[in-house]
Design a binder for this molecule. Sequence first.
Ligand SMILES: Cc1cc2nc3c(=O)[nH]c(=O)nc-3n(C[C@H](O)[C@H](O)[C@H](O)COP(=O)(O)O)c2cc1C
Length: 191
Amino acid sequence: MKVVLFNGSPRKEGNTYRCLKVVMNQLEAADIECEYVWFGMEKLRGCRACYQCRQNKNKKCSITDDKMNEFIEKIISADGIILGSPTYFANVSTNTKALIERAGMVCRVNDNLLKRKVGAAVVAARRGGAAHVFSSINYFFLIAEMIVVGSSYWNMGIGKDPGDVEKDTEGIETFVNLGKNLAYVLQKLKN
Ligand SMILES: Cc1cc2nc3c(=O)[nH]c(=O)nc-3n(C[C@H](O)[C@H](O)[C@H](O)COP(=O)(O)O)c2cc1C
């Protein structure tokens, strides 16, 4: 069992990172292997609609001058995918969107490689719009036939400056419970 946790925030150790760490701690406490990937400052662009991936069916994106194919390989080899994003104008960050578009299309045209993988969104926001980010990530997971795991609240943490989210007691509790629920589902699926 392996889970890859992606952080699409340009801030290396901001609030999205801290929320993801809470989830990761719970997974590791349940002996689930985790890989953390910060991709928020990578130079990535969105899908260019060339549909080469549909023709080639080689599990790769035809844009090769960035790290997206490395990320796609990590996604394909994982049992669980956690996608973390800050809220930017009530939406996902640009890099999170690029990952959704390109990894999403490559997996979709290769017989739905994400099917039955376990997934969860992790969202940080200062005040508003996190529910929309949560929905955007879940739309991606759900059209890919993934198994989306929930928590005791929608998966969002509230905070502006790096570390502020740690004062959001309910948010942190939500991520603790999310980690526990993910571990539960992953272990059930293994048996
Ligand atoms: C370009 C930009 C747009 C933002 N838009 C929103 C927003 O729509 N709603 C909100 O609550 N916070 C917004 N924020 C604040 C961040 O979501 C918030 O600081 C969050 O904790 C950042 O997570 P991070 O530390 O992982 O980057 C915005 C920040 C930036 C830089």
